[in-house]
Design a protein around this ligand. Structure first.
Ligand SMILES: Cc1cc2nc3c(=O)[nH]c(=O)nc-3n(C[C@H](O)[C@H](O)[C@H](O)COP(=O)(O)O)c2cc1C
Ligand code: SF4
Length: 430
């Protein structure tokens, strides 16, 4: 089965076997060089593995872009207490559909990355927290973990080295907030998935009160390639500060939406016009959300100047996030789009913090009023002021994630709001 769309400008490191179901089988994976990186890692000292990841400059692919090797080095060196590696496979950010594909097509690549990561941070247990709605993905992953145990790559005395690392696949129950690292830990412990105040940070007090490291699926899937080929090898792609390749999930009004693995720093406009075949139906580009629904949206002019790496996105007033590129053409209803996103966040807020709980509901209410043609220009000022108070005032950044799309849409597409306000009650909310 071929993967829906591929492009010859792609650099397929972690997505090489997308579309090839044979690759899910452990025998095929091993025949193609799989688990060699684990073997190599186990022959090194744990800190040497971390140093290689540091040298590669790999940055976390879950959204924040924190350097992975540095994160691993925060873990205590003497394991006087149990250590845990948590793999974040909760993937719920609107516009994101990469982690499920990494597991669906290449489950052993992730398992190998998890085992290497666990070894580097001296953890004896990995929890893969996988979104429950990914029914098929969970089944594929569970089977792959079972096979890894059967073949001696997981469990006790891995490959006769005396190292023990267990893996548990845990299914989430479909709450977006359980993707936030401390919410995930609370959920894993059997409590409500409510984020916790930091500090203490997970490397000091994580899941079950023990030192823990949490990484995204894509981050860990990249690890075997770096260990096998070296940090410098990985730096042949990308930029100095954002090295390597990245999966871009492109959705919206392009002719060929899908997952594309490209070097970081790739121009956004080339991604839209060349890799994805341009805007559908001959329409014009209006707006792009480059990093998933939590980041500011940009207009067509900014999109033309945007390079898709952590720094390039900041330069045009947005963020790379998890590189989920949502493209909108000139017929897109920006206000409706933003209102729907805010509805989502209001529904997913865990309710612990007043600015998030109340702010999200009120923001959604005002947007709905504007959408129905019952808004005023003052509402725009209220939205700006209210969302300003939702930034940096809460336990986690879900609250900030509401402010970003609302403020950027008012700044960049004020006329869309004004048109609805002036048009009166002709528009109807869906
Ligand atoms: C509300 C919220 C939801 C999140 N959801 C996810 C998610 O589904 N998957 C993920 O990997 N990271 C998610 N994150 C980021 C995680 O908290 C964490 O930073 C990440 O898993 C760390 O992995 P990395 O260093 O490999 O990027 C979310 C963060 C927030 C604030
Ligand atoms: S910011 Fe929102 S989601 Fe995060 S802890 Fe506070 S109420 Fe919960």
């Amino acid at each position: 089965m071929a993967y829906p769309y591929v492009s010859d400008v792609e650099v397929r490191v972690i997505s090489k076997y997308f579309g090839d179901p044979a690759h899910r089988r452990i025998d095929t994976y091993v025949e193609r060089g799989g688990y060699k990186a684990l073997e190599k890692a186990l022959s090194l000292e744990p800190d040497a593995v971390t140093d290689e990841i540091k040298a590669s400059g790999l940055r976390g692919r879950g959204g924040a872009g924190f350097p992975t090797g540095i994160k691993w080095s925060f873990m205590p060196k003497e394991p006087t207490r149990p250590h845990y590696l948590l793999c974040n496979a909760d993937e719920s950010e609107p516009g994101t559909f990469k982690d499920r594909e990494l597991i669906r097509w290449d489950p052993h690549q992730l398992i190998e990355g998890c085992l290497i990561g666990a070894y580097a941070i001296r953890a004896q247990h990995v929890y893969i927290y996988c979104r429950g709605e990914f029914f098929e993905v969970n089944q594929i992953l569970a089977k792959a973990v079972e096979d890894a145990y059967m073949k001696g790559y997981a469990g006790e005395d891995i490959l006769g080295t005396g190292t023990t690392i267990d893996i548990t696949v845990h299914q989430g129950a479909g709450a977006y907030i359980c993707g936030e690292e401390t919410g995930l830990m609370s959920s894993l412990e059997g409590d409500r998935g409510e984020p916790r105040i930091k500090p203490p940070f997970p490397a000091a007090v994580g899941v079950f009160g023990m030192p823990s490291t949490i990484n995204n699926v894509e981050t860990l899937a990249t690890v075997p390639h770096i260990v096998l080929n070296g940090g410098e090898w990985y730096r042949q792609w990308g930029t100095e500060k954002s090295p390597g390749t990245k999966l871009f999930c492109v959705s919206g009004h392009v002719r060929k939406p899908g997952n594309y693995e490209l070097p970081l720093g790739f121009p956004l406009i080339d991604l839209i016009e060349n890799v994805c075949g341009g805007i559908r139906d001959g329409n014009r580009l209006k707006a792009v959300i480059p990093g998933g629904s939590s980041v500011p949206l940009i207009n067509a002019e900014d999109a033309r100047n945007c390079e898709l790496d952590y720094e390039g996105c900041v330069e045009v007033g947005t963020m790379l996030g998890c590189a989920s590129v949502i493209v909108m053409d000139h017929k897109a209803d920006i206000v409706k789009q933003i209102r729907r996103m805010v509805d989502f966040y209001a529904h997913e807020s865990c309710g612990q913090c007043t600015p998030c709980r109340e702010g999200s509901a009120w923001t959604a209410r005002i947007l709905r009023r504007i959408e129905k043609g019952q808004g005023t220009e003052e509402d725009l000022d209220t939205l700006m002021e209210m969302t300003e108070q939702m930034v940096g005032t809460t336990i986690c950044v879900l609250s900030d994630s509401i402010a970003a799309p609302v403020q950027s849409s008012i700044n960049k597409f004020r006329d869309d709001y004004l048109e609805l306000i002036r048009r009166g009650d002709q528009a109807g909310a869906v």
